[in-house]
Every structure is written in C-alpha cells, then in structure tokens.
Design a protein around this ligand. Structure first.
Ligand SMILES: Cc1cc2nc3c(=O)[nH]c(=O)nc-3n(C[C@H](O)[C@H](O)[C@H](O)COP(=O)(O)O)c2cc1C
Length: 380
C-alpha cells in the first residue's frame, strides 16, 4: 500500500489545519470537497455542473441504481496489500478511474483543461480532454506534455475532423474519443430557466455547425479507424448490440455513458447497462463506465460488474471547483483511499478479485417521490 494510504489510515492527516482559507484544496473528505465547490461556484455554474436534461431522471436513475447494489463481502482473505494499479492504452493507471471530458471546465477553475491535465499527470491517471473547453487541446498538450485522450465534438465536415485528429496526434495525444450520445444538445432546464450559456458556448471557437454530430454514423468510425493510427474510444454506448458493433469496427475502448443524464432523459442507469455491454465485449477491449459514480465504493461496484475503468465527471468538476489542480489531486487521493479500503473490507486484494458474486440487488435507500419529475420545484 502506498505511504499516503497508510498515513491517512493512521490519522497523520488529521492533525493539520485543513480548512484554512488559504489551503482550501486541503479538504479532509469528499463531503468537504463538495461543500467547498458549492461555496466557490455561483448558482449558474453550480447548476450547469450538477444539472441534467429534462426531468433529470437519467441522472437520478444513475445514482439510484448504484445505491441498489449492495456488497456481499468475503472474509479471511489476505488484504494486507491491495493493488489497484493497471494500464489503459499503454498508460499506467494508478487507480482504475479515468477523468472524462468536461466542457467549460474553466468555469469551475480558471486553469480549465490545463489544471485537470496537471492533476491527472501528477496523480497518474488518464484525462479525456473535451474540445468544448479552454485552453484548446494544442495548448494543453504544450503546457503539460504526456499521455492524454482528446474528445472532439464534430462541428465541421470530414476533412475538418481529419485535420483535428492529425493535429491531436502530432500534439502527442494517445487516444481519440468520439462522443456518440450527443447527436443534438439537450434541454437542461436549470440552464434554460436562467438563460445560462456555458462558457464553451460563449468562446470564439464555438459556433461550429453541430449538425455534423447528428449525421455521425458507423461510417465515421470506419473512416477514423482506416485513416488514423490512434486508438479510438467511442463514448455513449448503452446497448449490447452497439458494443459488439464497436468491437467489430475495431474500436479500442467501449465507453458506457448516458452523459451523466445530461442528454437523453429516462435512459437506463449506466451501471445497469454494464453487464450487457461487458458480456457483448467479452474482454476483447477495455470497458469504461460512467454516470453517478462519486465514491470509492461506487467505483468498486462498477469494477465488480465488468468495467475495467470508471469515469467520474461531476467528481472532476467538483474537485476542480473546490481547489483547482491541487483540489483534484487531493480528491483523487481520498478516492484512492476509499477504493483501497472498500476492496480490503470486501476481501479483494487486487482488481482481478472483483466479480459479480460480491454484489446483489437490494432496495435502494431513498424512494422516488411523486414530485420526482419536478426536482427543481423547491429551488425555483
Ligand atoms: C459539466 C459537464 C460537462 C460535460 N462536457 C462533456 C463534453 O464536453 N464531452 C463529453 O463527451 N461529455 C461531457 N460531459 C459528460 C461527462 O464526460 C461524463 O460522461 C459524465 O459527467 C459522467 O457522469 P457523472 O458526472 O455522473 O460522473 C460533461 C459532463 C459535465 C458534468
């Protein structure tokens, strides 16, 4: 186990003045991280981060499903060492967590994509940088050289896309991500009711033709695989048949996502899409899942059900809002502890020990109410 893990377990971090104003990134718990994020963000940016589409049912279902899985721990396994390291697309991964693309991440802390890149690199996991955030991908690559995946929203024709993929490769990106669940932009009521425009929508590089996202097909995937020598991630897979088709098309990483509930409302929960997709992929390529994962135990549940990596989007945004790069680094260290502790208490000394027999379904703790379709009623 790492020094950090042991130090934290034996209380070393408890003795310091973590909550002083000057050291806001040094929160002691993920709850405090979220408290700080809330304190630092104005209402518009907060709602942009935590909100979702329409009734926000997809968002709540992600959480409800995660909470409906409970552990069946095993005992008397030697867990004096817990190994959570692995690799993705040739990059070492300190924990089985990836930082998903977050548009307008600079709204949460001015350094934006560069701050995330620094934390990802210092900590030792991969970031997927969104094309809808600042600074642009070439600047981030220059400022923080290293392994990274680039996610591009298609707002130009095929030649435009090819140009950006070639430039991403030249800049050192080690993977390319197509987000397939954003054919059109959804209606996010929190933003609509305030007239909130995310920063990416206000930037000079915005204003491209989003209809190219809507006309994207399997031919786009085939074209990228044929023309570019860069590993391809397809994000937004929710159906076993699409997962199979991805693998057949040569996609290198299948990424299960409902965009954190921010696109199609009333999707199944991502963790519920996981068993079907993992079965379809059958170990041929890595599977990533995101959607509602906020704690170490959540990550462990995703791994038990067949994911190789878990994406944590709002976690990334909240950590950035709490303390920028240092806040994200701190959040990831706490997350690492939570993962290690959950695995130890589950009797799992390494990632290979995680499997579906360690979970079963139970009644979720919180019941949806009759007003579930109008979660904003009390706030507006
Ligand atoms: C503020 C915000 C901005 C996002 N921007 C993008 C984006 O530019 N591209 C993309 O593929 N996904 C985007 N997503 C979706 C995330 O990559 C990820 O799929 C989602 O946040 C996972 O759900 P979670 O927030 O519950 O972890 C965004 C999510 C949030 C919260």
């Amino acid at each position: 186990m790492s020094d950090d893990f042991e130090a934290a377990n034996f209380g070393v971090i408890e003795g310091e003045a973590w909550m002083s104003e000057k050291k806001t990134e040094e929160f002691r718990s993920l709850t405090e991280m979220v408290q700080l994020a809330r304190k630092h963000l104005d209402r518009g940016d907060w709602d942009y981060l935590v909100g979702a589409a329409d009734t926000e049912a997809s968002l709540r279902r992600n959480r409800a499903a995660l909470e409906s899985w409970v552990f069946k721990p095993r005992i008397l396994n030697d867990v004096s060492k817990v190994n959570v390291e692995s690799a993705l697309l040739g990059s070492a991964m300190r924990i089985p967590v990836i930082l998903p693309p977050i548009g307008s991440v600079q709204a949460f802390e001015a350094g934006g994509g560069t701050s995330v890149a620094k934390a990802a690199q210092d900590f030792g996991i991969l970031q997927i940088l969104s094309s809808a955030c600042a600074p642009d991908y070439e600047t981030v690559a220059r400022d923080v050289p290293g392994d990274r995946i680039y996610q591009l929203y298609l707002v130009g024709d095929e030649a435009w896309m090819d140009d950006h993929i070639s430039r991403a490769l030249a800049a050192g990106y080690t993977g390319f991500c197509l987000t397939a669940d954003t054919q059109v932009y959804s209606r996010r009521e929190r933003d609509v009711m305030k007239g909130y425009v995310p920063m990416s929508g206000r930037s000079a590089t915005a204003g491209g033709d989003f209809s190219h996202q809507a006309s994207m097909t399997w031919d786009t995937v085939a074209h990228i695989k044929e023309k570019h020598d860069i590993p391809l991630v397809v994000k937004g897979v929710m159906h076993g048949d699409d997962a199979s088709r991805c693998v057949e098309a040569g996609v290198d990483v299948v990424y299960i996502s409902n965009h954190g509930g921010r696109q199609l409302d009333h999707t199944k929960a991502c963790i519920d899409a996981l068993p079907e997709v993992a079965a379809a992929v059958a170990g041929r390529v890595p599977v990533v899942v995101d959607g509602g994962f906020m704690r170490g135990a959540d990550v462990v549940k995703g791994l038990c059900l067949g994911a190789d990596f878990v994406g944590m989007g709002r976690f990334e945004g909240l950590a950035m809002a709490a303390g920028g790069s240092a806040g994200l680094m701190r959040g990831l260290k706490i997350l690492e502890q939570e993962i290690r502790i959950s695995m130890a208490l589950l009797g799992a000394p390494d990632l290979a020990a995680l499997n579906p027999t360690l979970l079963e379904r139970a009644q979720p703790l919180a019941e949806p109410s009759v007003l579930s379709a109008f979660p904003l009623l009390e706030d507006y």
